[in-house]
Unconditional design. Sequence first.
Length: 215
Amino acid sequence: MQKDLGNYRKSYEKSALMEDNISDNPMELFQKWFYEVEASEGTEEPNAMTVSTLGLDGFPKNRVVLLKKYTYEGFIFYTNYESEKGKSIAENSNVCLSFFWPTMERQIIIKGNAEKIAENLSDGYFESRPEGSKLGAIVSNQSSVIPSREFLEVKLKALEKEYSGKDIERPDYWGGYIVKPLSIEFWQGRPNRLHDRIRYTLQEDFNWKIERLAP
């Protein structure tokens, strides 16, 4: 089986990324871009991001998860701590996040360290979730092998009966991570593949070094 994709081409012409029009702090530029993507047409789930970890088998692995909060400190997402990604982070907390927003011809690549957030913050977010999502977090032993789809559905029905009329508490194996960035690269598509790439790198004095990279 073979398909040549060499003729897939697009000219990127929607915007530019120049040093005289950016903040000294990359989180402020991230927020600006995120707001612009939110306001643009045709972008579903602008908070969808790729999380890359180094697995226990020595292979990197990417998966798409949803960003749930960002602050000056970093980027927060939630998952099962006993999942494949959770075990990978426990072994090696160096991770990479990336966002790709084709409608704006932009991407962002973030390298940083992941750590668990405080339990009370995970409790607060879990409480805000719909009941079905709460039960789903309990039902799914994420990343484990299961015999069938029916296996999950039977477990869910049993839990729905068990928790009927009761509060659903967050299981201790489920919660949030914050990725604290060490470098953030902003990529803006430009014509003739001469794309704009601006990289922020955190320095020892906690200021950010700003550099332009060749496309």
